[in-house]
Design a protein around this ligand. Structure first.
Ligand code: PLP
Length: 388
């Protein structure tokens, strides 16, 4: 590798760039996780995190990646052989379905073209046809990180409501929490799954379940095997400010700092900033003459943009050139999109000039890789960023 100067541009859609103040917070000495100082930290965090989820209910924090929180959502609410309805909107929703199957659930998958979000109309159809109420849960990924498509959770909840079906609604917000407007309580979500390494601006290593009263009630009778993921002992220990195991203390310091930063900016402003950067990115993509993968104007992601390459261009070649020449990491195409798309992450600790630099790197990379791209892309993005 050649010597590098300046900061690496980490423009994958998570893990995201960790702010200096979060890194500094993490560097504080680890304290006794059974002492009074730790209890005060836990009490603070468990309250401070609620607004980010849009909830007044409990949030369970795990020292785990997002995949762990997926498992926690399933094993705490469901029993062996339960039927679950899963929307296949991309790579991550597919992995979640696979996990549900591996845990002994019966998955009905609603297929998708990976360019649209979960369809509220389809949800109505599926649940209306299930008059025996065999589906115990509906699983949706809010923001599909593999496609840059954001499903409309409020509309999905209305669809569910319209059928009077009692299924639980389980939603993955791993790449939307803290970046895209999200309302656990208002949208009647039963379990919200989240991770630390994207909009929350932390390194990987923490994940979350926000839990509704209905989900909590379901957990009392759910029979899937669980031990580490069991909400009950965590909630019980949390009441005293502790965890039933050794927590990731330094990541919790980081979380406290990141939540302060989000609160200081204001969540409305945080969501508006992400939406604006997403709009500027789409202006660049279209200016280059390339296609945004998301095919529905209502479903563009605020946190990342997946760019579809022309048939004869390998997106991984572009990513390799951009990494080599400009020390910038772009997101790879995942699953069936491998080589077909690259993904620009514009979430977390991010500002106008970071985006301008990112898009400049992509535009230069397209030229160096010999891919046809109109240089009008970058000015189109700058126009969005420079607008009053
Ligand atoms: N769900 C979504 C939407 C994701 O983007 C990811 C990871 O990027 C996951 C789930 C899996 O999370 P993790 O890799 O932290 O286990």
């Amino acid at each position: 590798m050649p010597a590098r100067t300046g900061r690496h541009f980490l423009q994958i859609p998570g893990p995201t760039n960790v702010p200096d103040q979060v890194l500094r917070a993490m560097a504080a000495p680890t304290i006794d996780h059974r002492g009074p100082e730790f209890a005060a930290l836990t009490a603070h965090l468990l309250e401070a995190i609620k607004p980010v989820f849009g909830t007044t209910g409990p949030v369970v924090i795990y020292p785990a990646s997002g995949t762990g929180a997926w498992e926690a959502a399933l094993v705490n609410t469901l029993s062996p052989g339960d039927e679950v309805l899963c929307f296949e909107t991309g790579h991550f929703s597919t992995l979640w379905q696979d996990m549900a199957k591996a845990l002994g659930l019966n998955v009905t998958s609603v297929p998708g073209d990976w360019r649209h979000g979960a369809s509220p109309e389809e949800l109505t159809r599926r649940l209306a046809a299930d008059s025996a109420h065999t589906f115990k849960a509906v699983c949706v990924v809010h923001n599909e990180t593999s496609t840059g498509v954001t499903s409309r959770i409020a509309d999905l909840r209305r669809a569910l409501e319209s059928t009077g079906h009692p299924a639980l609604l389980l939603v993955d917000t791993i790449s939307s929490l803290g970046s895209i407007d999200y309302r656990h309580d208002e949208w009647g979500v039963d379990v919200t799954v989240a991770g630390s390494q994207k909009g929350l601006m932390l390194p990987p290593g923490l994940s979350f379940n926000a839990v509704s009263d209905k989900a909590l009630a379901a957990s009392k009778t759910s029979r899937l095997a669980k031990s580490f993921w069991d909400w009950a002992p965590v909630l019980e220990a949390n009441r005293r400010g502790f965890f039933p195991y050794t927590p990731a203390t330094n990541l919790l310091y980081a979380l406290a700092e990141a939540l302060d930063m989000l609160a200081a900016e204001g969540l409305t402003q945080v969501y508006a900033r992400h939406a604006r950067h997403a709009a500027a990115t789409r202006a660049a993509v279209r200016g280059w003459g390339l296609e945004v993968l998301c095919a529905d104007e209502r479903e563009h992601s605020g946190s990342l943009t997946a760019v579809l390459m022309p048939e004869d261009c390998d997106a991984d070649e572009l990513r390799a050139v951009v990494l080599e020449r400009f020390d910038m990491s772009l997101g790879a195409g995942l699953g069936r999109l491998a080589g077909r798309v690259f993904r620009i992450g514009h979430l977390g600790h991010f500002n106008d000039l970071t985006l301008a630099g990112t898009l400049t790197g992509v535009q230069m990379g397209l030229g160096l890789a010999g891919f046809p791209a109109d240089p009008a892309g970058l000015p189109a993005a700058l126009k969005v960023l420079g607008a009053r």
